[in-house]
Design a protein around this ligand. Structure first.
Ligand SMILES: [Zn+2]
Length: 247
């Protein structure tokens, strides 16, 4: 398998050497991959478009000893809308970043691939941060966390109408009695109810959901905390977004 095909989204891109880029791909077939895109920082490079961040393309990759190389990148969708609006760029970066830190290389996760692609399309019209939250909840679910949002993981108490506490150590929501001395983030009943809708709601109906500034800060803040603790990495784009949530 010296040369292989991959249907993939560019989820990270950084400068490498004189004119190259080291890109992280999330592919339908193999999960996360890393490859060098040679010469793409030169203005005349034909592969420039296909290797841009967020681009969905059909890649032809060459298997190297240490690093794979991009032979060809045929763009299928470049998601221009993600670059025309700052909030959409930040939300898409948050999605890509969470996908990157929560997955290991070369582990096929086709469901997660489809989910990611769907949300990059949804970012065309959805409130970008609502989309980011809904994506994050569904990703966490696919990874096996957040088994339930309606009841306390400790004692099984129904959390409807109650203040709930998100704990990464417990892997989900706790009631006020079960949280004990754990590090938690508190969520008011309205925020918890909205999270539940963002988690389970049909994708086509997500644009009906609304939130206010307080709910947005609470939900994004608690999810950022949960994921950073769970995956033991900082979420830079999420933190950058949080500076904007207050506005
Ligand atoms: Zn409890």
């Amino acid at each position: 398998m010296a040369v292989y095909k991959a249907d993939a989204i560019v989820i990270r891109s950084r400068e490498y050497g004189e004119a190259d880029r080291l890109i992280t791909l999330f592919s339908r077939e193999y999960g996360k991959l890393e490859a060098i895109a040679k010469g793409v920082r030169k203005p005349k490079s034909t592969q420039r478009g296909g290797t841009q961040l967020f681009t969905y393309a059909e890649f032809l990759l060459y298997r190297g000893k240490t690093l794979d190389t991009v032979n060809q990148a045929q763009p299928r969708e470049s998601f221009i809308h993600l670059w025309n609006d700052f909030d959409r760029t930040i939300a898409a970066s948050g999605i890509a970043e969470l996908l990157d830190i929560s997955t290991t290389r070369e582990q096929p996760e086709p469901e997660l691939f489809t989910l990611t692609l769907s949300f990059l399309f949804l970012l065309k019209h959805l409130d970008p941060y609502l989309a980011q939250v809904s994506y994050a909840l569904r990703l966490i679910d696919l990874q096996g966390y957040l088994p339930t949002m309606d009841e306390c993981l400790g004692c099984g108490k129904d959390l409807t109408g109650e203040q709930a506490f998100l704990s990464s150590e417990a892997g989900g929501f706790l009631c006020s009695l079960c949280k004990n001395n754990r590090l938690v983030k508190a969520l008011n009943p309205g925020s918890l109810a909205l999270m539940s809708q963002l988690y389970k709601g049909e994708l086509a109906k997500l644009d009906r959901l609304r939130w206010n500034k307080k709910m947005r800060e609470e939900i994004l803040g608690s999810l950022c905390f949960f994921c950073e603790e769970k995956f033991e990495r900082k979420l830079q784009a999420w933190r950058q977004g949080s500076e904007l949530w207050g506005k």
